[in-house]
Ligand binder design. Structure first.
Ligand code: ADP
Ligand code: MG
Length: 560
């Protein structure tokens, strides 16, 4: 398509605004143009934080000789046929303002050559002045050199940070952008020094490492699709998180967004994996039909409007959840697959007849052969299970683990025609404050779904006549802490979904606590149930259930 001036009607529909705020904005406009031109290699050279010079060269399709001077005009673009095309934009640029905005604030030279021409054509432009085109030597592709940024707008210069800080923004933006284009090579130099060179080999690792640091090697691959939405990406493993959301990178149709549109998907997916108040990190690439995304809502196009936002959210959240669950079971698998079965001690192997001791006799007694690798050695401080797989020392938080087990069993059975319920020999009657009554009423449905039978019992009082089977043993619920349960219904750290919150609270307050003595058989049974969980590594509040002390760490303790 040739470069043409947009008609006034189309111009009127374009979200206009300040495009060039700082050196990084120049790099953004030029690199986006290179990507739109189909470049396989983009070389960015910066001097003095971008204030002295910015030089972006690409090997893309180039500009025809007679169009180079037109390209720098405002509203001159080859990417938008007319107002209708605004409904389905497939390029990063479309407003024809990038080059014009750069030329308005800096001495600019653009040199370009298409594959059909032997020689490149250059134009110098600055402010209102656009020079006559002249021939120069150069490879096919386009090179734009921008000097003395904001020389004519001192007020803008005053807003800038130090050259070092401005350059840091450029480097951060370019490396992040490169994540979405692994097949395209990017190099960045500053004051003659090579900052990075990402080869055009499709390998995301060097880019991930650059953007997310050394933890990148452990990031989990995300992949999912449905309903016209495709999502891919890399996300942090549970437990490796950041204090804010800044490292949650989002691309929609190749466009890097500042959008928080999908932050709900992050918190939803990591609901029970990350500690509250901490944020996982990673990069998501979401691809949607162009007509379901409107990039024409923000001057720098750093935000978009998503049609069907909820649907997109659900698919992204689901894909992240799948990746997290797969990783969790793999990690647990490692825990239980190493020690040879022969080493399981007699006490734990059992003959089918193991004494069940202690108040917490709701653990059924099972044959521990089901735990071939990870074996429980002892209870520590009446809080942790000490176990080993013959390789690492493994500690399990008895409360967190039990909570996770019951929580998942509740979820699995909820909504079933009849969730397994255990009538209580002695119903639990209790009084409530008005706010607790409200919380209870609001939770009623979720409680019934779980198998808990509750009914009003006089004024300001209720009684529970049956408990979910998973939380009881032989009709007894000695551990159920009704007061804490009621408070838990209002817990701010609760999982977001209301029903899950009710079940998490139910699980939390009906299981073994720290300080409870557990018999070996009970501990083994707990581990066995934990092993069947979809997400065994974390309790419903996101705290870890299992920690491992690896042999290397033990060796370090002994200074070996
Ligand atoms: P937009 O990207 O919105 O079209 P720009 O002002 O950034 O507007 O660019 C104007 C036009 O110049 C583009 O539409 C494109 O045709 C051409 N152009 C700019 N940069 C390049 C480049 N690196 N390679 C090829 N063509 C380019
Ligand atoms: Mg552009």
């Amino acid at each position: 398509m040739t470069i043409r001036l947009l008609d006034p009607a189309t111009i009127g529909q374009i979200a206009a605004g300040e495009v060039i705020e700082r050196p990084m904005s120049v790099v953004k406009e030029l690199v986006e143009n290179a990507l739109d031109a189909g470049a396989r290699r983009v070389a960015v050279r910066v001097a003095g934080g971008g204030l002295t010079e910015i030089d972006v060269a690409d090997d893309g399709g180039g500009i025809a000789p007679d169009e180079v001077a037109t390209a720098v005009l405002r509203h001159a673009t080859s990417k938008l046929a007319g107002a209708d095309a605004l409904q389905s934009i497939r390029t990063l640029g479309f407003r024809g303002e990038g080059l014009a905005s750069v030329v308005a604030v800096a001495r600019t030279t653009i040199a370009s050559r298409t594959p059909e021409h032997e020689i490149a054509t250059a134009v110098d432009a600055f402010g209102e002045e656009i020079g006559a085109p002249y021939p120069v030597a150069g490879p096919p592709g386009t090179r734009v050199v921008v000097r003395d940024l904001f020389a004519n707008v001192p007020a803008r210069r005053a807003f800038l940070r130090t050259p070092g800080a401005e350059f840091a923004r450029i480097a951060q933006w370019l490396a992040t952008m490169a994540l979405a284009y692994p097949e395209i090579g990017f190099t960045l130099d500053h004051d003659g020094r090579r900052i990075f060179a990402f080869p055009a080999d499709g390998d995301p690792q060097p880019r991930l490492r650059h953007v997310f640091g050394t933890g990148a090697g452990a990031m989990l691959a995300v992949r999912g699709a449905g309903d016209g939405v495709a999502v891919a990406g890399w996300i942090a493993p549970p437990g490796d998180d950041r204090p804010d959301r800044r490292a949650q990178v989002l691309f929609v149709n190749g466009r890097l967004l500042r959008s928080t549109a999908l932050s709900g998907a992050w918190s939803g997916a990591y609901r029970t994996f990350a500690m509250s108040g901490r944020h996982p990190y990673g990069v998501l690439f979401v691809d949607i039909a162009p007509d379901a995304v409107d990039p024409n809502v923000h001057p720098t196009k750093s935000d978009v409007r998503l049609r069907f936002g909820e649907r997109v959210n659900a698919i992204v959240r689901g894909a992240m959840g799948d990746a997290l669950r797969a990783a969790a079971s793999e990690r647990l698998g490692r825990s239980i697959s190493f020690a040879p079965p022969a080493e399981v001690p007699a006490a734990a192997t059992g003959s089918g007849e193991v004494a069940s001791i202690g108040w917490n006799d709701r653990f059924a007694v099972v044959d521990d052969v089901a735990l071939p690798g990870l074996r429980v050695l002892a209870q520590v401080d009446r809080t942790y299970l000490l176990a080993t797989d013959g390789e690492a020392i493994v500690l399990i938080d008895q409360h967190a683990a039990h909570e996770r087990v019951v929580y998942e069993e509740l979820i699995a059975n909820a909504g079933a025609a009849a969730a397994p319920a255990q009538p209580l020999l002695v119903p639990i009657a209790f009084e409530v404050r008005p706010d607790q009554a409200r919380a209870l009423e609001a939770s009623r449905e979720a409680l019934v779904e779980s198998g808990l039978a509750i009914e009003p019992f006089g004024e300001h009082a209720y009684r529970i006549t049956a408990m979910p089977a998973h939380t009881t043993h032989a009709g007894k619920t000695r551990a159920f802490d009704i007061a804490a349960f009621l408070d838990g219904l209002d817990d701010e750290h609760r999982p977001q979904d209301e029903r899950h919150n009710v079940w998490a609270s139910l699980a939390c307050h009906s299981v073994a606590r720290a300080g409870d003595t557990l018999a070996l058989a009970e501990m083994s049974h707990l581990l066995e149930r934990l092993q069947r969980c979809a997400n065994p590594m974390h309790c419903p509040h996101g705290r870890p259930t299992i920690v491992r002390l690896e042999p290397e760490a033990i060796a370090r303790l002994f200074k070996r």
